[in-house]
Write a protein that binds this ligand. Structure first.
Ligand code: GLP
Length: 242
């Protein structure tokens, strides 16, 4: 019905994943969380922060991998995703800051950085739980339409629509980066569990395509139909075309 109700469902999925990692944790492996930026996951992050403070939900020993980063923005840039996730979530819970990884947007060789980042996720044993938002054009992370369903972490040119959608965070539209480093659809599908959250009428078409359309690179989120453990949390407006 509303953002708070959705956030509780998403937080429940996180809590279950953290609990399972703790039970399996004899070998010292905490949960590996896949985190997303954008406005959609923010209510869920707020609910997780609340549970950490009021109910003792702990992220100790967990590691996190961000989905994506703008090419050209160093980690400390106010609009970098590196900074966003710290401000909105990780610096408010007990996860080690050094264990929160993201692609380096300022890397001298972005292509090499993309390949190395993909490898780092594998070396960590893969992602236990990936949270996702969805773009109005059906992108997940920055996998724009026409992305291969098997794609790995790589440099992606952003569509005009995505640049326009994200311009609200920047002082001027010319400041919005036009390239990003993004986990690929194939990379994301390797996460053991996925929770996707969307709200608002402008996501309704993408949500309908994702769940009821044919699997196609035209709507990248349809790749999630290939995964066996996806929870989709939407409000009435985002669900209106189902
Ligand atoms: C960006 C991010 C995506 C996010 C999308 C939607 O393009 N790379 O991960 O899902 O925006 O953002 P919002 O949740 O703000 O609508």
């Amino acid at each position: 019905a509303d953002a708070e109700a959705g956030a509780r469902v998403v937080a429940d999925v996180f809590a279950r994943t953290l609990r399972e990692a703790a039970v399996a944790g004899e070998e010292g492996r905490g949960a590996v969380l896949g985190l997303a930026t954008g406005s959609s996951p923010v209510p869920a992050y707020q609910e997780l922060i609340r549970r950490h403070r009021e109910e003792g939900l702990s992220f100790a020993g967990s590691r996190a991998f961000l989905l994506d980063e703008y090419v050209g923005l160093p980690a400390g840039h106010p609009q970098s995703y590196h900074r966003f996730i710290r401000e909105q979530f990780t610096s408010h819970v007990d996860i080690d800051d050094a264990a929160v990884l993201s692609p380096d947007g300022a890397a001298a060789d972005p292509r090499a950085e993309a390949a190395a980042y993909d490898m780092r996720i594998r070396e960590a044993g893969g992602v236990d739980l990936q949270i996702l938002g969805i773009g109005a054009n059906g992108h997940i992370a920055f996998n724009e339409p026409s992305s291969s369903l098997a794609s790995r972490t790589r440099v992606i040119g952003l569509t005009r629509r995505t640049v326009e959608d994200n311009a609200r965070y920047f002082d001027s539209p010319q400041d919005v980066p036009v390239r990003a480093l993004s986990q690929g659809l194939g990379t994301i599908l390797e996460a053991r569990r996925i929770v996707l959250t969307a709200s608002g009428e402008n996501k309704a078409e993408a949500v309908a395509q994702m769940l009821e359309g044919p699997i196609s690179a035209r709507w990248p989120a349809t790749a999630l139909q290939l995964h066996g453990d996806v929870t989709v949390v939407v409000d009435e407006a985002a669900a209106s075309r189902l």
